[in-house]
Design a binder for this molecule. Structure first.
Ligand SMILES: C[C@](O)(CO)[C@H](O)COP(=O)(O)OP(=O)(O)OC[C@H]1O[C@@H](n2ccc(N)nc2=O)[C@H](O)[C@@H]1O
Ligand SMILES: Nc1ncnc2c1ncn2[C@@H]1O[C@H](COP(=O)(O)OP(=O)(O)OP(=O)(O)O)[C@@H](O)[C@H]1O
Length: 290
């Protein structure tokens, strides 16, 4: 392996979604943070694409992986390059609201810029990432960001503490397009503007209090498609270590913010014992980790 890097899991701390535009895409406003866990992406001299890890089989036999599409898009932007060997160690569940595909693409773009064109600007790399999906640019750097527009208009996130957290997925894949369609069918649209946001949150407790005034507008439609999400949220809400719990993105992964390392560890251990069928990961949110 010549180089490898983390493709961190993305968490939408809040996700406000408006009525769809004529092209079907939705205006949104979301505060995205990244976990110190995720997939691993590598570049090698031996040609070809190798897919491994616990969730690799979930992507076998699909069309072109986002890692390959990212490599080809950057090669095209640079006027043509031979794509080297690429490795994806898929550790995050697929179609889970963790932005895994976008983060994998971002990791590949960072590695290949280093190899091919270290002078290419961050802005140009963001444009390539954005061409791969609405979350592409936001998931490029693995650092907290406020995303607006379709998700491609980025601005600095407020100052955030590092958050000890637990991620829980009930083992059900949820399709992002299906969740947006169910959101449209319900026809309940609100303003996407968040309540006034301080320049910085000094503690996770302060952040949790502020987040309670915000929403994930995709939670109700995702719950309708995957009722298992309700079980996860109910369990998390009932645990003493949970300061704040919510679903991320289009689901089905939910996150619980905890007061510290010990609380997150305790919560994760209890959930693992209680529900061995769930994917449970203790992590830290914030970043940049990549
Ligand atoms: C749910 C989120 O992950 C929240 O961060 C994103 O909004 C989705 O981002 P993404 O998966 O990168 O999105 P894309 O791959 O571009 O599109 C997937 C599907 O989501 C819908 N989509 C996506 C973003 C957006 N602002 N409005 C949408 O309606 C698109 O119609 C498409 O059917
Ligand atoms: N490297 C990849 N990792 C995950 N999915 C990929 C990858 N490459 C292509 N895909 C396709 O992208 C779809 C969405 O996967 P992903 O895990 O990124 O969903 P998600 O976490 O719900 O994304 P988001 O939160 O951005 O909507 C998958 O169902 C799969 O068909």
């Amino acid at each position: 392996m010549t180089a490898e890097t983390l493709a961190p899991a993305k968490i939408n701390l809040f996700l406000h979604v408006g009525a769809p535009a004529p092209d079907g895409y939705h205006p949104l406003c979301s505060l995205m943070v990244f976990a110190d866990i995720g997939d691993r992406v590598g570049v090698t001299e031996a040609p070809g694409f190798r897919l491994g890890g616990p969730y690799g089989p979930a992507l076998e036999g699909e069309g072109d992986n986002l890692v390959l599409r990212a490599a080809r898009a950057l090669a095209g932007r640079l006027g043509g390059r031979e794509v080297p060997g690429l490795i994806l160690d898929k550790r995050l569940p697929v179609a889970a609201g963790l932005g895994g595909g976008s983060s994998d693409a971002g990791a590949a773009l960072r590695l290949l810029r280093e190899a091919w064109a270290p002078d290419l600007s961050d802005r140009d790399l963001e444009a390539v990432a954005a061409s791969l999906g609405a979350d592409g640019a936001a998931c490029l750097w693995g650092r907290p960001v406020l995303a607006e527009g379709r998700g491609e208009r980025l601005s600095a996130a407020p100052g955030l503490p590092v958050m000890d957290a637990v991620l829980v997925n009930p083992g059900v894949a949820v399709s992002t397009p299906a969740v947006y369609r169910a959101f449209d069918a319900a026809g309940r649209f609100s303003a996407v503007t968040p309540p006034p946001m301080p320049e910085a949150f000094e503690s996770v407790e302060e952040l949790a209090g502020w987040l309670a005034q915000t929403r994930n507008d995709l939670e109700p439609p995702a719950l309708a498609l995957a009722p298992q999400v309700a079980d996860v949220l109910e369990v998390l809400a009932g645990e003493p270590e949970t300061l704040f719990a919510r679903m991320s993105g289009s689901g089905a992964t939910c996150f619980a913010l905890c007061a510290g390392d010990y609380e997150a560890e305790t919560l994760a251990e209890r959930l693992e014992a209680m529900r061995p069928d769930w994917w449970v990961e203790r992590c830290r949110l914030g970043g940049p980790w990549a």
